[in-house]
Design a protein around this ligand. Structure first.
Ligand code: FAD
Length: 400
């Protein structure tokens, strides 16, 4: 193998939806900051990590203002994706229902108020209105139901490709099947000098961005950076529902039953959960298919909310990896002590819906020196050492 040397202003490591969004947004703002030579290295193919398994749900129901605002601002981009980025992100507006039980009522109401405080259109609705939106659903047992009329879902892989397509059109050099094997620093370790790839390429650069999804813990540890990141495996099922009884339904989450769901096409209902997860040591080795125990359990839980699902046909099942942090909030920050090194990871099971704004804000942080469109300090790396975790609301990660 012949080693080649290249130069770039920025090297982004990882071609999931985050890396592609960052690359595109950096390229679109290059006139402002002058970082024009942008390289993205992807170890496999675009979207081959978490992005390719994402359920694509887009909802605003979060416990913290920072996540709710990220989701709300991102929704505006999803809804106008063709004009802002170009291409098709597959955004489908279905509306989104959130069912809360009595135990979660106080947290639920507080969350709705937080979401409304950052501009999210959401409100608590009556059981009758929920029944009209979701024929075939059980609604009477819920202590409260929230409705987000503009939420829905989009195509996570398609979104990543659309960002990559626009990035390429703006001059970004995207190299597939090119794992980054190392980040080189100056002799005293104080600044980034190059990113090295498995094919022997050495890209001299002052800026490296790790957007490496479930590989992040391993990648950062190999550079002496100890981040509290854990890859966990989560399963998703698709059911072919009885259309005479449940002709259509919005997306939604059932906090008590710890499931989220959404329509997939005209006939299928997609369901995932917030409480089954296995820690995975090697992101390249995990069981790809749904397990019988999960199928049985989640089928029953979904049927509690949508009884006709008991007679549905199982259409598909698969698993993917989340990248969890201790507070289920991402890390979007520079690494103190190594100038030019940035991380953007830890999006747990809900990063896709944030990806449009993640790109905007990381481009501001990298290009301008700080994120200006909104305050992302709650997502700083140092919060773990400071014990300043974001409150996770329900205490589990039910909502995708
Ligand atoms: C089953 C499942 C359901 C989900 N459902 C939803 C949902 O409904 N709504 C929602 O908002 N979010 C959801 N998510 C979460 C969302 O998909 C993720 O938060 C998001 O895709 C993370 O994107 P990423 O770019 O950070 O990571 P990834 O998509 O994993 O991308 C990281 C990329 O980095 C590459 N890489 C790693 N190491 C290297 C290296 N050394 N060199 C080069 N490349 C490297 C990988 O190959 C990979 O392509 C779900 C996730 C899963 C798994």
């Amino acid at each position: 193998m012949t080693a080649t040397t290249d130069t770039a202003d920025v090297v982004i490591i990882g071609g999931g939806v985050m890396g592609c969004s960052i690359a595109c947004n950096l390229a679109l703002t290059a006139h402002r900051h002058g970082l024009r030579r942008i390289v993205l290295l992807e170890r496999d193919t675009l979207g081959s990590g978490s992005t390719g398994r994402s359920s694509g749900a887009i909802r605003m129901h979060y416990s913290t203002a920072v996540n709710a605002e990220l989701a709300w601002r991102s929704l505006n981009i999803f809804r106008n994706f063709g004009e802002i980025i170009g291409g098709d992100c597959g955004y489908t507006e279905t509306g989104y229902l959130v069912f809360a039980g009595a135990d979660d009522l106080e947290t639920f109401r507080g969350n709705i108020a937080t979401q409304q405080s950052v501009g999210v259109i959401t409100d608590i609705i009556g059981a009758g209105d929920a029944a009209a939106l979701a024929p075939g659903f059980v609604v009477e047992d819920a202590a409260a139901i929230a409705y987000e009329p503009y939420s829905g879902h989009a195509d996570a892989s398609g979104t990543a490709y659309a960002y990559a397509t626009r990035a390429r059109a703006e001059g970004v050099n995207i190299r597939l099947q090119t794992p980054a094997t190392g980040i080189e620093t100056s002799e005293d370790g104080s600044r980034v000098t190059a990113v090295v790839a498995a094919d022997g390429t050495r890209v001299e650069t002052g800026i490296a961005v790790a957007a490496t999804g479930p590989w992040s813990a391993r990648f950062l540890t190999s550079h002496g950076i100890d981040a509290p990141l854990v890859a966990t495996r989560h399963e998703v099922l698709h059911f072919r529902r009885p259309l005479d009884l449940v002709p259509h339904h919005p997306g939604g989450a059932d906090i008590g039953n710890r499931i989220y769901f959404r329509p997939e096409g005209q006939e299928l209902t997609l369901v995932g959960n917030g409480n089954h997860s296995d820690v995975v040591d090697d992101p390249e080795v995990f069981a790809q298919r749904a397990s019988p125990a999960f199928i049985q359990d989640i089928w029953q839980r979904l049927a509690q909310r949508i009884p006709p699902i008991a007679d549905a046909e199982l259409a598909a099942g698969y698993a993917g990896l989340y990248t969890n942090t201790p507070d289920s909030h991402p890390i979007m920050d520079r690494i103190e002590g190594i100038d030019g090194l940035y991380v953007c990871t830890g999006f747990s099971g809900h990063g896709f819906k944030l990806s449009p704004m993640v790109g905007v804000l990381m481009a501001e942080l990298i290009g301008d020196g700080q994120a200006s469109t909104m305050d992302i300090s709650p997502l700083r790396f140092s919060r773990f050492a400071e014990g300043a975790l974001n409150t996770s609301g329900y205490g589990f990660d039910v909502l995708a």
